[in-house]
Design a protein around this ligand. Structure first.
Ligand code: HEM
Length: 410
């Protein structure tokens, strides 16, 4: 399909072309995703051994479909999903992220219930962490919004939710950074070593905390989980509790950081939208949804077929991987009017930035709470915040969309 100037855009032949590995897609993946959506919405990539869906309807139906599995070991040999997991000693050991039935239905509900109860109980504390972090940032000159605000907030919040001791916070922040390296499939050997030692340190610390909270319960999620376990309401092993608490760290930090960073960047490059938010701060909730739709921090999720059957109208085979582009689905013009416009004032259909179905993001309410507070407080504290001239360094992490450094002028 030709664009306004009659130029036919290049239609990607591989999923790799639309990931942050490629400099052009890292800067802006949306033209390539649009070309796929319009010319090849169900693409087979033989090199990465995956299907790639880009239309909202197909993506929504696929993520909601309970007849898929998630664990990469169910995928065909050589698939991109296999490359994303490491060959550890026990590759089946996984958090709910890749857990399949019947275990997913056993582990997720008690964890989700305890987590949501905790977030609701701690709303004021969580908002205070956001406010304090913003208030501690520089009051003049230029500073990196990511380092001062977007990176620290999610890790401080999750530490408080879990019940990390105040004096262990610096170590906890370091381990958290180290284990997040697991999201990067092209780590250096040095980074892999850091990731592994961070993971061991974190497990050891969680184990210590679980023992401590069994002896003397605290007011935190670790205490909640060991109490639910003891009462039989959470039929989880210690190892399962540990790995899933770790997943809250890995799954929640970078993603929420990016929701904050992408949002601030969008506001500072869309003066009319920033003016609308300042005029009507209660638009902050809708603004969070629009940032999630327009620049989804997680750009894709995957499912795996358990048997031969058609998906999105195409015959597919057992063990084949189906990657669903959340970033593309969120800009599908069949669903969203003026899909290519960032507009926080429009009431829109539901975006799909948190995935869907049984694996829908468990951290969505927390991410929303943090980002909403940041958008409200940041521009109140810095009414004249601007973006100095700079090349935005988008992160080179496949399937994520976020900014590494964002200089802002007070
Ligand atoms: C803007 C922030 C976030 C985004 C965009 C995001 C996105 C996602 C997506 C796309 C999935 C996969 C859903 C699917 O395949 O259908 C997911 C799963 C998950 N997320 Fe998030 N997430 C965010 C924040 C968080 C936070 C704050 C936490 C925890 C504190 C978290 C923990 C998880 C976990 C544990 C899963 C696995 C759930 C399961 O498989 O049952 N996420 N997230």
């Amino acid at each position: 399909m030709a664009d306004d100037q009659g130029i036919t855009p290049h239609v990607p032949q591989s999923i790799i072309e639309v990931t942050a590995f490629m400099p052009e897609a890292r800067r802006d993946p949306h033209p390539a995703l649009q070309a796929l959506r319009e010319s090849c919405p169900v693409m087979r990539d033989e090199m990465a051994k995956t299907w790639f869906l880009t239309r909202y309807g197909d993506v929504r139906e696929t993520v909601n479909d309970r007849n898929f599995v998630r664990h990469p070991l169910n995928s065909e040999e050589g698939s991109i999903s296999r490359q994303l997991i490491e060959d550890g000693e026990n590759p089946r050991r996984t958090s709910i992220l890749f857990l399949d039935e019947p275990d997913h239905s056993r582990v997720r509900p008690p964890l989700a219930k305890a987590f949501y109860t905790r977030i609701n109980k701690m709303k004021a504390e969580i908002e205070a962490i956001v406010d304090d972090t913003i208030n501690a940032a520089p009051t003049s000159g230029v500073f990196d919004l990511m380092a001062e605000i977007a990176v620290p907030i999610p890790v401080l919040v999750i530490a408080r939710i879990l019940g990390v001791d105040e004096h262990r916070l610096p170590e906890f922040r370091q381990w958290s950074e180290d284990v997040i390296l697991s999201l990067n499939p092209v780590r250096t050997p040095e980074e892999t070593a850091r990731m592994e030692s961070g993971g061991i340190a974190l497990d050891t610390y969680f184990r210590e905390l679980m023992e401590a909270r069994r002896a003397i319960p605290g007011d935190d999620l670790i205490s909640d989980m060991v109490q639910l376990q003891a009462s039989g309401d959470a039929p989880l092993t210690d190892d399962e509790i540990m790995i899933n608490l770790g997943a809250l760290l890995v799954g929640g930090n970078l993603t929420t950081t990016d929701l904050i960073g992408n949002g601030v960047w969008l506001f500072l490059t869309h003066a009319d939208q920033l003016a609308a938010l300042k005029a009507e701060p209660s638009l902050a909730s809708q603004a969070v949804e629009e940032v999630l739709r327009y620049e989804a921090p997680v750009s894709a999720t995957s499912r795996i077929l358990e048997k031969d059957r058609p998906v999105a109208g195409c015959p597919m085979k057992e063990h084949q991987v189906v990657f669903c582009s959340l970033a593309s689905a969120n800009r599908d013009a069949d669903i969203f009017e003026a899909a290519g416009e960032f507009d926080i004032t429009k009431k829109r259909a539901s975006h799909i930035a948190f995935g869907g179905g049984p694996h829908i993001c468990i951290g969505a309410p927390l991410a929303r709470m943090e980002a909403r507070r940041v958008y409200q407080k940041l521009f109140e504290r810095y009414p004249n915040l601007t973006l100095p001239e700079q090349d935005i360094p988008w992160r080179a992490l496949p399937f994520f969309r976020g900014i590494e450094r964002l200089d802002v002028a007070v």
